[in-house]
Design a protein around this ligand. Structure first.
Ligand code: NAD
Ligand code: MG
Length: 389
């Protein structure tokens, strides 16, 4: 029996993880659940899964949750600081990091520090501070299993292989809803268009990131740290059917791929059960449905966020942290119709140029860079013609 702390249990990944738990009640037990503001769902989850504790990271929502769970044998905590404590509990075997954005970093770092096993969906943690996180994991023996489908694919391809035999990894990208479109089209797209992803149903932030291809850029940086790769060893190919989840190319030229229908429950279950593979009733791959698999080069010129992320990866230091912060601000602003689709890249680029470069940042440097980048990006958002209307 593995006891889980699911951080971000009300999100797209969190709720799918709970489905996995429900299908294997003999293998998984929920010890901790956390959410930020969806108190209604958090309360319902607590009643159903009877965890030892729930954490409401948004302090303002504490009273509501506390009151609703009065008659349940559940401890209720508030605030981000509580998260960093519960992940270290003896009674927690695996932490599923399913919080979105920079907000997920502290609790994951605390879990790494405590030598815990982590199933990691929160890619921003590695984008921002992958060097510190992986170094600390090596010291404490913390094992990080990726949940992101591309990284789960690479991880699965690497089981039984030697690290020296990796020539490169090739991340597949669906291309998102605007694949093949040009700037004259993109300038007019609204959040409602961008939220229509062709193959995956996900939280709002990652769905916008998929439309701008920033998601793939973040995933390049995530792959670099997870698999200890050089920047030159990471490639991206657009594959609109999302059936091949990624490739590893080895030094003998051999390619390994992991494929399947696009369903996040699969990599979630794999990460929670690793090294076991659990039987399930998920829909099976149908070759008639995916008769033609196609691959094409990404359009770095139109989807500038992907080029900016790649640039940040090569630059290193605090640049990916700055990129991430500016991106979180612009995605939020785009969702609120305060900037247009193309302005997002302008703002990220200007923020990357503005914030002072730090070559080997400490944790505090990352927090400072994140805050500086947010401040500056917010200023730029306010100057957008959309925001001033
Ligand atoms: P989501 O928006 O659906 O859910 C986010 C969760 O985080 C919610 O439970 C919310 O309560 C919590 N949260 C939000 N802000 C918070 C804050 N400030 N402090 C603490 N908790 C907060 O997001 P999602 O789509 O489930 O994505 C979660 C993470 O997984 C992201 O990093 C994303 O990139 C990654 N991921 C998601 C998918 C997917 O299919 N959804 C696939 C691959 C990777
Ligand atoms: Mg992914």
């Amino acid at each position: 029996m593995k006891r889980l702390a699911i951080l971000g249990s009300t999100g797209s990944i969190g709720t799918q993880a709970l489905d996995v738990v429900s299908s294997h009640p003999d293998l998984f037990r929920v010890e901790v659940l956390s959410a930020h503001s969806n108190t209604e769902l958090l309360i319902a989850q607590a009643r159903k899964y009877k965890p030892n504790a729930v954490v409401v990271t948004n302090d303002a929502k504490y009273e509501t949750v506390k009151k609703a769970l009065e008659s349940e044998p559940v401890k209720v905590f508030a605030g981000q600081a509580s998260l960093t404590e519960v992940v270290c509990w003896e009674s927690v075997d695996i932490i599923l990091g399913a919080i979105v954005g920079f907000a997920g970093l502290r609790s994951i770092y605390a879990a790494v520090d405590a030598g815990k096993r982590i199933a990691l969906a929160n890619k921003e943690t590695l984008v921002v501070a992958g060097d510190l996180v992986m170094q600390r994991a090596a010291e404490t023996g913390s094992v990080i299993i990726p949940v992101d489908s591309e990284h789960s694919a690479i991880f699965q391809c690497l089981v039984g292989e030697y690290h020296e035999a990796i020539e490169k990894v090739i991340l597949t990208a669906s291309g998102g809803p605007f694949r093949g479109k040009k700037p004259n089209f993109l300038v007019n797209v609204k959040a409602s268009h961008a939220l229509q992803h062709p193959n995956w149903t996900m939280g709002a932030k990652i769905t916008i990131d998929s439309a701008t291809l920033m998601n793939k850029g973040l995933e390049m940086i995530e792959a670099k740290w997870l698999f200890g790769l050089k920047n030159e060893q990471i490639d991206v190919i657009v594959h609109p059917q999302s059936a091949v989840h990624s490739f590893v190319q080895f030094t003998d030229g051999s390619l390994k791929a992991q494929a399947g229908i696009p369903d996040m429950k699969l990599p979630i279950q794999y990460a929670l059960a690793y090294p076991q593979r659990l039987p399930n009733t998920f829909k099976r791959y149908d070759f008639k449905e995916f008769a033609n698999l196609t691959f094409e080069e990404p359009d770095y010129k139109t989807f500038r966020n992907l080029a900016l992320a790649k640039e940040a990866m090569f630059k290193g230091g605090n640049t990916p942290c700055v990129l991430n912060a500016a991106n979180e601000v612009t995605v939020q602003a785009f969702l609120q119709n305060r900037v247009d689709f193309l302005e997002m890249s302008d703002i990220i680029e200007k923020t990357m140029a503005k914030v002072d470069f730090v070559a080997a940042p400490s944790f505090a440097d990352y927090e400072y860079s994140d805050a500086e980048a947010r401040k500056y990006a917010e200023e730029l958002v306010k100057q957008s013609p959309l925001a001033t209307h």
